[in-house]
Design a protein around this ligand. Structure first.
Ligand SMILES: Nc1ncnc2c1ncn2[C@@H]1O[C@H](COP(=O)(O)OP(=O)(O)O)[C@@H](O)[C@H]1O
Ligand SMILES: [Mg+2]
Length: 171
């Protein structure tokens, strides 16, 4: 269980995880509206070397960005009405060799997605800016990277409920 206390911390986590990304990878971003899925995607994109600003794809559904070595397909399926619409997007085929795909609300359309992915689940914490982030590798491609994931995210790993100190918010 990871925690962040500001949007920039969630972006920094995304940026760090981008270093582990391979061509053809899928990340499923789960969490309520305003949890920080797009914030995570922005950091992930900068980690891939995307220089254009990453905005929410809620209305466009799919946005594509060019990174240093890997492209980023950033998708938000919130507005899709059915599994059929999700299937029609052809997300599986979109995962070409030189791209990574991030799907906001991807947990709602799992049958339309490849079965290897890293689930990034963001939930609200106690304070307005507190978030809890849980990473779950599903399938061999990400499970094989468990150890490097743990090492990469160590700076965001805190005991639940513990304060790292320095926070000025009253309890
Ligand atoms: N720790 C945090 N991590 C991510 N976002 C945070 C955090 N604290 C506050 N926020 C705010 O929450 C909102 C997250 O929005 P966004 O990333 O668009 O969410 P989503 O894509 O999940 O709907 C932003 O307004 C951001 O400033
Ligand atoms: Mg979003």
């Amino acid at each position: 269980m990871l925690t962040t206390k500001a949007p920039k911390e969630t972006r920094a986590l995304g940026e760090a995880l981008a270093d582990l990304a391979h061509a053809g990878d899928l990340l499923v971003l789960a969490g309520e509206m305003g949890a920080g899925k797009t914030a995570f995607a922005q950091g992930f994109g900068s980690g891939l070397g995307v220089e254009t600003p990453i905005t929410s794809p809620t209305f466009t559904i799919v946005r594509e960005y060019v990174g240093r070595a890997l492209a980023l397909h950033h998708i938000d399926v919130y507005r899709l009405d059915s599994m059929q619409e999700a299937g029609d997007l052809g997300l599986g085929e979109m995962l070409d060799e030189a791209a990574v795909m991030l799907v906001e609300w991807g947990d709602a359309i799992l049958p339309a997605l490849p079965t290897d992915y890293l689930e990034v689940r963001i939930t609200f914490g106690d304070g307005d800016d507190d978030r809890r982030i849980e990473l779950t590798p599903v399938g061999a491609a990400w499970s094989a990277r468990r150890r490097s994931i743990s090492e990469t995210v160590a700076p965001w790993a805190h005991d639940a409920g513990a304060s790292a100190g320095g926070a000025s918010d009253p309890c």
